[in-house]
Design a protein around this ligand. Structure first.
Ligand SMILES: NC(=O)c1ccc[n+]([C@@H]2O[C@H](COP(=O)([O-])OP(=O)(O)OC[C@H]3O[C@@H](n4cnc5c(N)ncnc54)[C@H](O)[C@@H]3O)[C@@H](O)[C@H]2O)c1
Length: 330
């Protein structure tokens, strides 16, 4: 049985990934501050450790042999500028080198790093491939980009490093986020029957959360000679924010017989816009995506009809920046 340690394993992606890996017979260690609660199912093959990735002493007290680390922990949101800048820098950048060097010395064989496709910032190119220059527009994507060379400096045959630049993730997780584009708009369409689109022309790549988890699972087992030292973009559809809203409006009308009004507000605030190309994953790795943005819209609509997230508009837990401001994390 392989052991996988997931930093940030209690987050939106981490919770679904942990549950999936446990089901597939991995032993999973979740290392997380649990700022957004704990929605992971208990299991004999699961160990949960409450800790901060800045606390290397605590991490070095973990004595279980670990095969693979999947590094998800970070302050995950482009709006981190609304928080204390040094907090983002400490968590999303300064902690990275000590963390990776600790796991390398500890004998971990593989380290999978969650970067972000938002490192590309803005591009007119019709095809943003992995070799496209990084144009950081926010602190979040600047620090993601700065971690990548540190990752690859540590890559070797005995410590295989892989970098993933995922599109914006969408769909259901027991630890839900309603602050990500498709999730935000579907949530508002369901609850308020009205969506406000800011700007709208920005192109954004999207990825269903189950495909995200399947890709991490694939990377745990993939041939190290094939994937080691590589960066992978991963996305499904590239859609403008305006067209995500129109897609939601159409699905609500045709499938649920519900009218949704779209309001447009001119805005220059969020300039991130790029057309992500994920051919490397699809062609070189033959990795197949199984889910779509439509699947995500449908499952969020269906789950919001149940009681599971009945406090979704008021409760800060579904919105990263709101929660971190409330917790006054330093
Ligand atoms: N969600 C997306 O659309 C998306 C897209 C591209 C990349 N990513 C990356 O994927 C990863 C997971 O994203 P997510 O949406 O699940 O985010 P999330 O905010 O839901 O999860 C992050 C988890 O990390 C934990 N955490 C934060 N700081 C920590 C620290 N200092 N020490 C220990 N734990 C800490 C939080 O408690 C949380 O459980 C992140 O690295 C993110 O940047 C996400």
């Amino acid at each position: 049985m392989k052991t996988v340690l997931i930093t940030g394993g209690a987050g939106y992606v981490g919770t679904l990934l942990t549950n999936q890996l446990i089901q597939k017979n991995y032993k999973v260690i979740v290392y997380d501050t649990f700022w957004f609660g704990d929605f992971i199912k208990e299991n004999n093959n699961l160990v949960k450790i409450k800790g901060d990735i800045r606390d290397i002493k605590k991490i070095s007290e973990i004595k279980y042999p670990i095969d693979t680390v999947i590094h998800l922990a970070c302050i995950s949101n482009d709006n981190t500028f609304e928080l204390n800048e040094s907090l983002s820098e400490e968590i999303n950048f300064n902690s990275f080198q000590p963390l990776i060097q600790h796991f390398k010395k500890f004998g971990v064989k593989r380290f999978i790093n969650a970067s972000s496709s938002s490192v590309y910032g803005y591009s007119d190119s019709p095809n943003v491939t992995e070799d496209h220059p990084l144009i950081p527009l926010t602190l979040y994507n600047k620090f993601k980009g700065l971690c990548e060379p540190i990752l690859f400096e540590n890559h070797s045959n005995n410590f295989v490093c892989i970098n993933v630049r995922p599109a914006t993730v969408c769909g259901y997780s027991p630890r839900m986020r309603f602050d990500l584009s498709v999730n935000i708009l579907t949530h508002l369409a369901t609850k308020k029957k009205e969506i406000t689109v800011f700007g709208g022309k920005q192109m954004r790549p999207n990825l269903h959360i189950k495909d995200m988890c399947n890709f991490y699972e694939y990377l745990i087992e993939a041939d190290p000679d094939l994937v080691g030292g590589n960066t992978y973009n991963i996305s499904d559809e590239n859609i403008s924010i305006e067209n995500i809203a129109i897609k939601i409006q159409d699905i609500f009308k045709n499938k649920y017989n519900e009218e949704v009004v779209i309001k447009k507000t001119p805005s220059e605030d969020d300039k991130r816009s790029y057309y992500l190309n994920s051919d490397k994953v699809k062609k070189e790795l033959k990795f197949k995506l199984k889910y779509s943005v439509e699947n995500a819209i449908d499952e969020i609509y269906q789950i919001l009809k149940t009681d599971q997230f009945k406090d979704s508009l008021e409760n800060d837990i579904y919105y990263n920046i709101r929660t971190l401001k409330k917790l006054r994390i330093s």
